[in-house]
Design a protein around this ligand. Structure first.
Ligand code: TRP
Length: 453
């Protein structure tokens, strides 16, 4: 099928649109990455900067991405060509597809870990283990050569199957079904964690900011995490926007998705930090934080066996609604721009992503040639995408919408052709034209030490 714009599929119901976009946003970024980033960057201080980034930068960029996508009805690169009538901006799209590839190369690996932990939970492996035992077990597993790759392959395959089912039947249906399930389990886990001895200390860590902890690195990490968590800066929401209907309210959808995503991240923090302090785990431990802390919680709760299985299943579910959105960016781009069948593109991209996953996973083991400048490839992929490519992509999108694309067209798109109230438009316009690009630029300069204060 060559997807001409009139043949492109669309999301169905209004709830389906929110569920698909929220499904993309809510993922390992919220449950795995947010807690360990917060743990490494001063807890509440990080959360505060993060929330500012989410609302002041995230919402305007998300609205812009939806609007670009829906107006153009095209993949990330085609969208820029259609809106401008020339090829000058398509680089943003190509960068987006490349970013998707780099993110997926480590994201599939972590998603695979969640499947291993489902298996471990089923075989009741956490019982009787101290946090130190759990940490050793985690490192043993992730630095193993074959076991993580087996699960990565399964995850790549599952994602390909959903993508083959197509946008409405695949992406939307799975998101609608699985998203609400996720919230319930997180709430139950939070309740158990908070009621553990010393749990309050974890809440203090997460919610009582120590302003002296706000450093340039903390700000850059929070910015990168905001873009990562909201799926922004590489055209994921442009691609999803292109499947939205003329009647969908873009601003309302963006606000809803942002609130859901932020609540899930905070909830994950509430589920994790009280337990971290109760069990005496170091909050700055890094990527293993969730995989060590939560098994510790499960062994301290009635029904822990079941909860452990449910939780890691949930993590995998949250991950798959995100991997499909990431890979859809690549698939829509290649299949539409180069007139190839979706099926072929899904097959080939899955194979290449598996290669990326193999390299990322092996870099955590004893394969020192995959360690660059002391950073395993796995970490480097995460660093380059979250802290450089996504904010830079967001910067370019803001420049495009704020300075190169006609404001009237944007207003027309956001108001559904004048049907919706757009009294907030001047605020949005100010943010996307001045605030977003300047803030990103300043954060970059600040990190590089180029600012005098
Ligand atoms: N937001 C997802 C998460 O938090 C990951 C993700 C999906 C993503 N699509 C994206 C990250 C696009 C950056 C860009 O897990």
């Amino acid at each position: 099928m060559t997807s001409q714009s009139q043949k492109r599929t669309k999301f169905g119901s209004k709830f389906g649109v929110v569920a698909a976009a929220a499904g993309s946003a809510v993922g390992l970024g919220n449950i795995w990455k947010f807690p360990y980033e917060a743990g490494q960057n001063g807890g509440a201080a990080f959360l505060l900067v993060y929330i500012c980034c989410v609302f002041l930068l995230g919402i305007p960029v998300m609205v812009s991405e939806f609007a670009i996508g829906r107006r153009a009805h095209a993949n990330v690169s085609g969208a820029f060509r259609k809106l401008t009538g020339n090829n000058r901006w398509i680089g943003v799209g190509v960068l987006g597809a490349l970013t998707a590839f780099l993110i997926l190369s480590f994201y599939f690996v972590v998603a695979g870990w969640s499947l291993e932990y489902v298996a471990q939970a089923v075989s009741n492996n956490f019982v009787g283990k101290t946090p130190t035992d759990l940490s050793v077990a985690f490192t043993d597993f992730t630095s193993d050569t074959y076991r993580p790759l087996f699960w990565t392959a399964i995850f790549v395959l599952l994602t390909a199957l959903v993508l083959l089912a197509g946008v409405e039947k695949g992406i939307e249906r799975y998101s609608k079904l699985l998203m609400p399930f996720l919230a319930v389990i997180l709430i139950l886990l939070s309740i158990r964690s908070v009621t553990m001895p010393n749990g309050i200390e974890g809440l203090t860590f997460l919610f009582k900011p120590d302003f002296s902890k706000i450093t340039p690195q903390v700000i850059l990490s929070a910015l990168g995490q905001a873009f990562f968590s909201l799926s922004l800066g590489m055209g994921c929401m442009i691609t999803y926007g292109s499947y939205m209907r003329k009647s969908n309210n873009l601003v309302q959808t963006a606000v809803q998705v942002t609130i859901i995503d932020t609540l899930v991240a905070i909830l994950a923090g509430v589920a994790i930090f009280p337990a971290v302090f109760s069990l005496g785990i170091n909050p700055a431990q890094g990527p293993e934080l969730v995989f060590v802390t939560l098994p510790g919680v499960f062994t301290h709760m009635p029904g822990g066996y079941i909860f452990a299985i449910l939780f890691f299943m949930l993590l995998a579910i949250a991950a798959i609604t995100s991997t499909i959105s990431l890979q859809e960016v690549i698939v829509a781009y290649i299949s539409e721009e180069f007139h190839l069948s979706r099926k072929k593109v899904i097959a080939v991209s899955s194979l290449l992503l598996m290669v990326g996953g193999v390299l990322a996973s092996l870099s955590l083991g004893p394969h020192s040639n995959l360690v660059i400048n002391g950073k395993p490839l796995f970490e480097l992929l995460d660093f380059v995408t979250s802290k450089l490519f996504l904010p830079f992509g967001g910067f370019l999108i803001a420049l495009f919408v704020g300075w190169f694309y006609k404001a009237e067209y944007m207003r027309d798109e956001i108001s559904n052709g004048g049907k919706l109230n757009t009294s907030f438009f001047p605020v949005y316009r100010f943010l996307i034209r001045y605030f977003v690009p300047l803030a990103i630029l300043l954060i970059f300069c600040n990190e590089l030490g180029l600012l005098p204060f």
